[in-house]
Write a protein that binds this ligand. Sequence first.
Ligand SMILES: Cc1cc2nc3c(=O)[nH]c(=O)nc-3n(C[C@H](O)[C@H](O)[C@H](O)COP(=O)(O)OP(=O)(O)OC[C@H]3O[C@@H](n4cnc5c(N)ncnc54)[C@H](O)[C@@H]3O)c2cc1C
Length: 264
Amino acid sequence: MYDFAYHKPSSVADAVKLLAADPDAKAVSGGHTLIPALKHRLNKPTSLVDLSGIAEMKGIRREGNAIVIGALTKHEAVATSAEVKAAIPVLAFVAKHIGDTQVRNRGTLGGSVANNDPAADYPAAVLGLGATVHTSKRKVAADEFFLGMFTTALEADEILTAISFPIPEKAGYAKMRNPASRYVMAGAFVSKGPMGVRVAINGAGPCVFRQAAMEAALSANWSADAVAAIMQDADGLNSDIHGSAEYRAHLVTVMAKRAVLAAG
Ligand SMILES: Cc1cc2nc3c(=O)[nH]c(=O)nc-3n(C[C@H](O)[C@H](O)[C@H](O)COP(=O)(O)OP(=O)(O)OC[C@H]3O[C@@H](n4cnc5c(N)ncnc54)[C@H](O)[C@@H]3O)c2cc1C
């Protein structure tokens, strides 16, 4: 580690001021991704703005036909929330299967979505449900939020404050995990509801993406058979020691079938 300034504001407005004042400042929430990056010197901010004391970014509530979750909400809180389980049970399932107990008790919804790791779970739920990302400046539709590997629509001094998830009629998630890291090799989040029929794929490509052919097939016939014959193009998918692009393309179909079966 190396020297950096540390700030712990208690409001979003103060946190934004601190980020805007220093172009090399970084926000930190659970720290489960950022702190290892600092230790490996992959990231060298001159100041850290710790968001964990900001009460307005915490909590889970129902607002009309949506569940709104504060960005600082830990994965474990989502996994065990009665409100989430009743309205969007698959969201609790997603949270319950992130990493291990320690990760779920430190990692936050906002940190995960802002980080946009291609193998993270929450981005699939955000895109697959057609959620709305609330920030310190605006509201951004999921379709406009995830821009590329570890890249989102967030600006340097913009804080993700909450996410509003529309309650679907049905939704399911399936993923093939890397047995060592537990990160997703390929996953599929499917839903049918106020945002239409949506299929979001994570892990397979550099960034979570929607699978248009599967969405069309499921719109016509909501069944696992409808997606069984649709092959994902391997072009542009991730290829590494854990699995080739072709293997991940194959997994996309398998995971989509399982997700539809899970959704019922
Ligand atoms: C061993 C291990 C296993 C894991 N397994 C999984 C897994 O299976 N699935 C999975 O999805 N994830 C997994 N993770 C990641 C985990 O979910 C992290 O907690 C998450 O990616 C980041 O959340 P955080 O709150 O720790 O973010 P931090 O580390 O605090 O921040 C991450 C990044 O987001 C930025 N940021 C944080 N909060 C905000 C905000 N509110 N607004 C704007 N920017 C913000 C930071 O500046 C930083 O760039 C794993 C992590 C570890 C260490």
